[in-house]
Each structure stands twice: as C-alpha cells, then as structure tokens.
Design a protein around this ligand. Structure first.
Ligand SMILES: [Zn+2]
Length: 314
C-alpha cells in the first residue's frame, strides 16, 4: 500500500515538472515562422511571371521564355507559341499582308452541347484576339516571297473548320497565282467536330488546292509543330514537298491509346514523336524554332533552284 502511495506522489511530481513539455512547444514555435516564411516567399512571386518547364522542371522567367521564342533556354523544350508571335519571329518586318483577316466561322449545324458552338466561338475570339485557328498572308522570308499560313492551337485546339480550310485553300491558290512557295505551319487537334461534315470537306479542298499548286511546279513546305494530329495531319499537313517538324512534336493521326487498342500491340518507344517519324522517313528534318527562319530560307533557295525566284523582283 505504501508503495502505491509513493508511486502516486512521484506521478504528481512528474506532472508538476513542466520542463519536459516546453521543448517541443519551442521547437514548433521555431518551425512555424519557417513555414510561414516559405509561404510568404511563394506569395512574393507574382503569378504568371514564371513557368515550370515540363522538359527539365526548371522555373523559367516568362520574359526570358518570350525572348527565346518560347523555347526553354535550359533543355530546349518547345512551348506552344501563338500564330502572330511566330509570324513575327519569321517574317521580314512589315512584309506580312494578311489575307481574309475578318473571315469567321458560322454555326451551320446549330450545334448544341455542354456549350453551344456560337458561345465557344465568341469566347475564343475574345480570349485569343484571333478570328479563327489560322492566320494567312503573303510575306517575305529572307529574300523569298512566300504564301504563309500559321495555325494557332489556342483557338479551339487549332481545329480545322470551314474557315481554316477556306483560308488555307485561298492562300494556296494565291501562292500558285503569284508563283511563290507555300509554307504552312500546322498545329491542330484535327477536324472541328462542331461543323461535322463541313470540317471534313476541308481535307479534300486543301489537298486539291495543293495538287494544283504542285502541277505548277511550285514548292510547298509543311512544318509540323506540337501537336499535329487527325484530319489536319491526314490532309495538307502531310502533303509537303518538304516536311519539317519542331523537336519533340507529337505528330500522328489517331492517338496512341486508340492505336494500341485497335492493333492490340505494344507501341514502340517514342511513337508519334517528330524524332521517331524522322527515323521512319515521314519527315525530312527536325528544325528548332530558333533556326526555323534561316533553315526555311536555305530550303527555299534549294527548292527554288529550278524555278524563277519570285523574290528577286522586289
Ligand atoms: Zn526545360
């Protein structure tokens, strides 16, 4: 009995003794400011100034990225770039004469889904300041007069509807008429589902225009950028006399999962990348964005060797 009362006393003593409990409190107090400091440091970085590179996980200052044509300065990863920005990076100053700048899509099918086609078009026009997913025009690249079409993935995934098809067909026809090479820089998720058959018809229309262009022995250079897929890849994007691609671009018709399920076979590593397609002969060269302009000039010099250079005129 005596022993239990003795033990009780010691317990009482132990509970009174507070020296054991403060250290953890102190430790947590010390930790807290550290955590808070970390958080506030994060808050100090204004949003939209830094971008994490998916290639090397480095944080890149957006201004640096813009100055580098949206290419990671550390690993060379190519970020998406807008049509106007790309045109600006390639074309001689003040030479770009835009064609059909005001052409806009019409909701022929009266498409209603989660959102109507009309409302989607309005939203994308507002957010991108583009009228549709392609910008076309005549311009000069180095000494060459070129009919240039540049797609923009930001507008409805660069999908090809009637406007994209019509603008490109007119561009190709203008190129044929002016006897100048056509260069189309593609990036697209494919045909625009909101326009159903009307968007699929653009595949035939653009391909036919290119066939007439080829009959006149005029070159067409197709530049594939990330991603170029489906109906666009199955029409004008794959019809180039010269097929170029940006490094790491995903290029294909159907997605890898669909192909895997259909063929019931394992896909080889790097399937549908620009590098894989270069090895297998679909494309002729991989050209980084920063070298694209210079390389195009050299290729056009070569392709125009048998043809009267239109550039010399002006
Ligand atoms: Zn990187």
């Amino acid at each position: 009995m005596d022993t239990t009362s003795f033990v009780k006393k010691t317990i009482a003593f132990e509970t009174v003794e507070p020296s054991l409990t403060p250290p953890p409190i102190k430790a947590s107090l010390l930790k807290k400011p550290r955590l808070a400091g970390g958080k506030s440091r994060k808050r100090d970085i204004p949003e939209g100034l830094w971008t994490r590179c998916p290639g090397c996980s480095e944080m890149i200052f957006d201004k640096e990225l813009d100055e580098n044509l949206k290419v990671c300065p550390k690993c060379g990863h190519h970020f998406p770039i807008g049509a106007h920005e790309r045109i600006h990076s390639m074309v001689e100053t003040c030479t770009f004469e835009e064609m059909d700048a005001e052409m806009t899509s019409v909701d022929v099918l009266n498409f209603k889904g989660v959102a109507t086609y009309k409302s989607k078009l309005e939203a994308y026009k507002k957010n991108t300041t583009l009228k549709d997913a392609v910008v076309t025009g005549l311009c000069k690249i180095g000494p060459h007069r070129v009919a240039l079409g540049v797609m923009d993935f930001n507008f409805l995934g660069g999908s090809m509807g009637s406007v994209v098809g019509e603008k490109l067909a007119r561009l190709i026809e203008r190129g044929s008429e002016k006897e100048c090479p056509v260069v189309i820089i593609s990036t697209s998720g494919g045909a625009r589902m909101y326009e159903g058959m009307f968007s699929l018809m653009q595949m035939a229309k653009t391909a036919a225009a290119l066939a007439y262009h080829a009959r006149r022995h005029l070159p067409y250079v197709s530049v594939l950028t990330h991603p170029t897929t489906a109906g666009v890849m199955a029409s004008y994007a794959s019809l180039g006399d010269l097929m170029l691609a940006e490094p790491g671009a995903m290029i294909g018709f159907a997605g890898p999962r669909v192909i895997k399920d259909t063929t019931q076979a394992e896909l080889p590593p790097g399937f549908q990348t620009a590098e894989f397609l270069l090895d297998h002969g679909l494309i002729d060269a991989i050209v980084s964005r920063k070298e694209m302009k210079q390389q195009l000039i050299e290729y056009l010099n070569f392709l125009g060797a048998g043809h009267k250079p239109a550039a010399a005129a002006s």
